[in-house]
Design a protein. Sequence first.
Length: 103
Amino acid sequence: MADPMRIRAQAQGDKVTVRVLVSHEMESGQRRDGAGKIIPAWFIQTISATHNGKTVMSAQWGPAVSKNPFTQFSFKGGKAGDKVVVTWVDSKGDKRTDEAVVA
């Protein structure tokens, strides 16, 4: 299983800004190993975030996204103490879900 995501969610009035650092190798399928064999593609395909059960961000990623990607987004209607849940699914079917409390 992948390492936990580092999530920071900060409220500014009724707007919440969320910063997420995802730990993932993100192989494109175009590199070769030491023996010259192609390293199979392995990357995050979807990432989404929810606040109070409502989806506030959803994205589809591909092999061009870098290793350990960073993403940032904002949404309205949050306040300090609320939870933000971020989930990703990769091309091998692995999943990771982490949450943070809005500060």
